[in-house]
Write a protein that binds this ligand. Structure first.
Ligand SMILES: Cc1ncc(COP(=O)(O)O)c(C=O)c1O
Length: 439
């Protein structure tokens, strides 16, 4: 059991000479019931890799990230955000969040009894100036920022972290959409190196690990200690973490920092740049959002069709994107895409441009369509755990919400517990919506 540098070795060294295993899990490493899941999967699914057993393994890999400690999570980025909120709840009360926060941040705020202060912004992702001005004018003691945005927009996280440090504001960065940043060139900096106190990664999103894998980083300059994180961690963790997810985390970190992994990322970045250069020649008929600085993302836009129509056009040609709406179509590339995939992309873009050119220009909704200034009436925790009744949205205007409604993807809340239900909600949500209101 003394092989801290690999979960594979830890598993392989377990009870090698034992003939009969009289303990859980009942499969005992033998997969008899499945003709889909290989025998190997079951072999690796024991023993239980409890936190104490994997602590030194995590320590070993934390060195790669340059953190005080990087905690491996098997409950998704959600577990990281919930844990971070619980930790904030032990010391702080009022926390600034942006409109692009994930629903898990609201759930964490509910559970931790925190008071959210929404950063006023003209689009869902606030600018650096909007964040700093909100911190200057509110009396928050913590900031929970979702950065980069789902679309891949980044702001000056170094400047924000410096500001927070000067004013003693705790900074948590939900870097779900930047889990690949530590593996890239330093121009795409992770908040781990910016002076954040906690950084969460939804690892599976961009690095190739299995779904539900995630990381919670305690950067080297964090105001929090390993013991403080461990104090709240059990609140959101199963006592029997999946070995398969743990192995997948190990594989991914090793690959991300390997020469081979870095070369693959670099190749994909160069291919994406080539696509951008091609798009530069199409004008507004087919273009990309230049605010997006994630090198692996293209947020396509056209002045001839909505994002939904563009998605359909590409889908008919054999390309399925991540997300589309009125404004555009988000395409996410990875190190797994081959030269052939990029070639196919280039050909397809060239093919759809003449089709788009035939169409008349359209008007789209402004970027601020989903922006609101939430009016908080009571604490989310109080509203969530109070007596509630269900009402059709039309009859709920002016009442206090006891529930969350999110926009999917990416799961940003457009109504949260404790918020006053307003005309804005009535205009944006379907008239059939039923909401829970505080009695
Ligand atoms: C910003 C953000 N944070 C956290 C999460 C939660 O991550 P996971 O799905 O891995 O639990 C998501 C997922 O979409 C997200 O977009």
């Amino acid at each position: 059991m003394n092989q801290p540098s690999s979960a594979y070795k830890l598993i392989a060294s377990h009870n090698r000479d034992i003939q009969v295993r009289l303990y859980t899990p009942a499969h005992q490493g033998i997969g008899q019931h499945s003709n889909r899941l290989s025998q190997e999967i079951y072999q690796y699914d024991l023993p239980f890799l409890t936190r104490p057993r994997t602590e030194s393994l995590e320590q070993h890999f934390s060195q790669l990230y340059g953190t005080k400690h990087t905690f491996w999570l098997t409950g998704g980025g959600t577990q990281g955000v919930l844990t971070a909120c619980a930790l904030l709840g032990t010391q702080y009360k009022r926390v600034a969040i942006a409109l692009n926060s994930h629903i898990s941040a609201i759930h964490g705020i509910i559970l931790a009894g925190l008071e959210p202060y929404f950063i006023p912004s003209v689009s869902l992702m606030p600018t650096t100036e909007e964040v700093i001005s909100a911190l200057e004018t509110s009396d928050v003691s913590a900031l929970l920022l979702t950065h980069p945005s789902y679309e891949g927009i980044t702001i000056d996280i170094d400047k924000i972290a410096d500001y927070c440090r000067e004013r003693e504001i705790a900074l948590v960065v939900d870097e779900a959409h930047g889990s690949h940043f530590p593996f890239l060139d330093e121009q795409w900096q992770s908040a781990i190196n910016s002076g954040a106190d906690l950084v969460t990664h939804s690892l599976h999103k961009y690095t190739g690990s299995l779904v539900q894998t995630a990381l919670l980083h305690l950067p080297s300059c964090s105001r929090f200690t390993i013991e403080q994180v461990m104090g709240v961690m059990p609140l959101f963790e199963t006592t029997t973490r999946s070995n398969l997810l743990i192995l997948s985390i190990e594989d991914t970190i090793k690959k991300g920092y390997s020469e081979e992994g870095q070369a693959l990322f670099w190749q994909a970045i160069q291919e994406c740049d080539r696509l951008r250069r091609q798009l530069d020649s199409y004008g507004k008929v087919l273009t990309y959002d230049r605010q997006v600085s994630d090198p692996m993302k293209l947020y396509l836009k056209s002045d001839r069709v909505t994002g939904e129509e563009l998605a359909q056009l590409l889908y008919n040609c054999g390309i399925d994107g991540e997300f589309d709406d009125e404004h555009g179509l988000l395409l996410i590339f990875s190190f797994n895409h081959s030269h052939h995939d990029f070639q196919f992309m280039r050909k397809t873009l060239a093919k759809v441009v003449p089709i788009l050119r035939e169409k008349a220009p359209i008007e789209t909704l402004p970027d601020s369509y989903f922006c609101r200034s939430p009016k908080m009436k009571i604490l989310p925790k109080e509203a969530f755990f109070s007596r509630k009744e269900k009402l059709p949205l039309g009859q709920a205007v002016g009442k206090i919400s006891g529930c969350c409604i999110k926009k999917v993807p990416p799961g940003s809340p457009i109504l949260i517990p404790g918020e006053e239900i307003s005309q804005w909600h009535q205009q944006r949500l379907s008239p059939e919506t039923v909401v829970e209101v505080v009695e």
